[in-house]
Structure formats: structure tokens, C-alpha cells
Design a protein around this ligand. Structure first.
Ligand SMILES: Cc1cc2nc3c(=O)[nH]c(=O)nc-3n(C[C@H](O)[C@H](O)[C@H](O)COP(=O)(O)OP(=O)(O)OC[C@H]3O[C@@H](n4cnc5c(N)ncnc54)[C@H](O)[C@@H]3O)c2cc1C
Length: 329
């Protein structure tokens, strides 16, 4: 275990500094231990834990779940292909191709959209490749009347994602984007959307970014509500992506107080997170609710992606355990 070198500190060291150093050191080492332990988890167990959150290892599994949610509860969906950040051009094109086939297979269903990740579309292979893949998916979506949302990933992608979104939404106005309320910059990023009507999924953000973020979850969530209001004021469409019932209720109070028209908002949740009660309340009010439906074509792709997500945020394992104890959707 790495030890903290107190002599490396410049300036006087007080007891508070010392305790903070020890606390930081313990957290870092626990984080490393967690990552080692997570890597020891065998694939079948990863699949077992992931099962409630993934529709299955076929595109059809996602379409079936989307149809069932819509027919039985009027719930909308957005389909997401689970995949690693790709580092080969052919993998980026293969991912793009799978999305094109998914849009074809969705056909005329207007209860489903798709969500894409730039890392999957080739961001780390080449920005031109990523740009062209994204545009071909959005174009196909427009042809088939299937909306495409560009997810937001790590902070090294934020500038490129915003620039690409601006270009795409000017050509294809239904395109959506995700903004992460944990980032300080998001307030200013909203101003970059002036002059267009953007469709924005607001969520606190799942990626582990140590700097340039609000440090506590309550602050990230207060920011979600503040930025939701700002987006409404600027005339945008807001998709509220959270499982926090208190935040959902506060959003509903605001929407009702200010009489925000139904077509300007919806609530979004991840498949598998047990929020049946609040979802039923929202549906009773006839508010739009959309579930995020991840699927893969081979479990190997799904497992690699889920492992990376667990490494980035080991607390997900805790959520999963708690959700399993509480029951299903
Ligand atoms: C539709 C949708 C799309 C999203 N797209 C993006 C994106 O593009 N980029 C991005 O960075 N983030 C994305 N997210 C992730 C979002 O930022 C996380 O859901 C967030 O970190 C969890 O925050 P929360 O507001 O639900 O509050 P939390 O306090 O984190 O969660 C509240 C409760 O929800 C449950 N929960 C939350 N997340 C999970 C999970 N992953 N697995 C199991 N249970 C969970 C737990 O029971 C937890 O206690 C998306 C979320 C949704 C709902």
C-alpha cells in the first residue's frame, strides 16, 4: 500500500492537513482495491448483475421491450447499443452500421428513439470518422422519423460533442443532446445553444471526473433543477434524467406552477432501476416517461462496456445490489 509522504508537503502541516492527507490516501487505496476486486469478477457474474439493466444480446430484445413498455404502460424508449470506446476504424463503422440497422428495424415506431455515444462512433480513432458516422445515423433517423440523441461522455469529449451537436441540430432539428449538471461549465454551455430549439437530456452525469465538478451529489442535483429552469426560460425542450424521486417531484412542482406545456418536457430513467411508484404517478398525469434500453449483439461487448463503467464508478455495484433487494421496475 502506498504511504503518504508528509515531508513532500510544502508549508506548515497542521493536524487538519494530516487527517485530510490520511483520509485522501485511504480513499485512493480503497478505490484501487475496488478496481482490482472488480476485475476479478467473472463474466457470468457481470452478466447476472447487468441483466435487469440490459434488454439482452439481440437488437430484437430491445425492440420487444420497447413495444411492451409502450403497449402496457404508455412508456417511451430510447435504444442504446452497449459498446466499448473503439480504437479501430472498422469497429467504429461496425457500431455505426448496427445503429443504422436498428433504425431500419424500428421502422415507423414513434415510441422509440436511439442514443449514441461518440466514443463508440470513433471519437478516439478520428474526429472526421466520428462526425461522418454520427451524421449518417442522424440522417437515417430523419428519413425514418426516429430521433437521435447524442449522449455525453468524459470531459475530453465535451467541446467536440457540443460543436458537433450545434452543426447537426441546425441541419436536423430533432436531434437531442445530453448535458451533465455535475460540471461547472454546463451553465455556460447552455448559452451556446442560443438561437436554436435544443432537446436536452439533463442528468448529473455518470463519468468520474475529479475536477471541474460540483463535489457533492446534492449540489449536482440542485444544479439540475436550476439548469432545467434556465433551459425552459430559453425555450428548449428538457428531458429530466434522474431516479431521485425528490428531484422528480420538485421538477413536477415547477412544471405545474409555471404551466410548462407537455411537449416541452419528459422524464427519463434507466431500465432496471426500480421506480415503479413515481413512474406510475407521472403516467397518471399523462406526462411522458422514457426508459433507456441498452442492448448488445454479443455479451462480450456488453461485458467489456459494463466492466469499464463499473471501474469508473464502483458505486454502481452497490446500487445494483440495493435495486435487486428492492425488486424490479
Ligand atoms: C435516460 C438516462 C440517460 C443517461 N445518459 C447519460 C449520459 O449520456 N451521460 C452521462 O454521463 N450520464 C447519463 N445518465 C446517467 C445519469 O447521470 C446517472 O443516472 C446518474 O449518475 C444517477 O444519478 P441520479 O440522478 O439518478 O441520482 P443518484 O442519487 O445517483 O441515484 C438515485 C438512485 O437511483 C439508482 N441508480 C442511479 N443510477 C443507477 C445505475 N446506473 N444503476 C443502478 N441504479 C442506479 C440508485 O438506486 C440510486 O440510489 C443517464 C441517465 C438516464 C436516466
Amino acid at each position: 500500500m502506498k504511504l503518504y509522504n508528509l515531508h513532500a508537503l510544502s508549508g506548515p502541516v497542521c493536524r487538519g492537513d494530516f487527517l485530510l492527507c490520511i483520509q485522501t490516501e485511504i480513499m485512493i487505496n480503497m478505490g484501487n482495491i475496488k478496481i482490482v476486486l472488480l476485475n476479478l469478477i467473472p463474466n457470468p457474474m457481470i452478466i447476472f448483475f447487468a441483466r435487469p439493466y440490459v434488454t439482452g444480446a439481440t437488437m430484437q430484445s430491445a425492440i420487444d421491450v420497447a413495444d411492451k413498455l409502450f403497449k402496457t404502460r404508455g412508456i417511451l424508449s430510447t435504444l442504446d447499443v452497449l459498446g466499448e470506446e473503439v480504437d479501430r476504424e472498422e469497429d467504429a463503422h461496425a457500431a455505426c452500421d448496427l445503429y443504422l440497422r436498428t433504425i431500419d428495424a424500428l421502422g415507423s415506431r414513434n415510441h422509440a428513439t436511439v442514443s449514441i455515444k461518440l466514443g463508440h462512433m470513433g471519437f478516439y480513432v478520428g474526429h472526421d470518422i466520428c462526425h461522418d458516422n454520427v451524421e449518417s445515423i442522424i440522417k437515417k433517423g430523419v428519413e425514418k422519423n426516429i430521433v437521435v440523441t447524442i449522449d455525453m461522455e468524459d470531459t475530453d469529449q465535451t467541446d467536440f460533442t457540443l460543436k458537433l451537436y450545434r452543426e447537426m441540430v441546425e441541419k436536423y432539428p430533432s436531434t437531442g443532446i445530453v448535458l451533465q449538471t455535475k460540471l461547472w461549465r454546463t451553465n455556460a454551455d447552455i448559452d451556446l445553444l442560443d438561437g436554436i430549439t435544443a432537446t436536452v437530456r439533463l442528468c448529473i452525469g455518470i463519468y468520474d471526473v475529479p475536477r471541474y465538478v460540483y463535489q457533492t451529489k446534492p449540489a449536482m442535483k440542485e444544479n439540475l433543477l436550476a439548469l432545467m429552469k434556465k433551459l425552459f426560460d430559453k425555450g428548449h425542450i428538457v428531458q429530466i434524467g434522474t431516479h431521485d424521486e425528490t428531484i422528480i417531484r420538485r421538477a413536477v412542482d415547477y412544471i405545474e406552477e409555471w404551466d410548462i406545456p407537455r411537449e416541452r418536457f419528459e422524464f427519463q430513467l434507466l431500465l432496471g432501476v426500480p421506480r415503479g411508484r413515481i413512474v406510475n404517478e407521472l403516467r397518471k398525469k399523462n406526462y411522458a416517461v422514457r426508459y433507456y434500453l441498452p442492448f448488445c449483439e454479443r455479451w462480450d461487448d456488453g461485458v467489456a462496456y459494463l466492466r469499464r463503467r463499473l471501474n469508473a464508478n464502483p458505486y454502481m455495484m452497490f446500487y445494483v445490489m440495493r435495486n435487486i433487494m428492492r425488486g424490479s421496475v
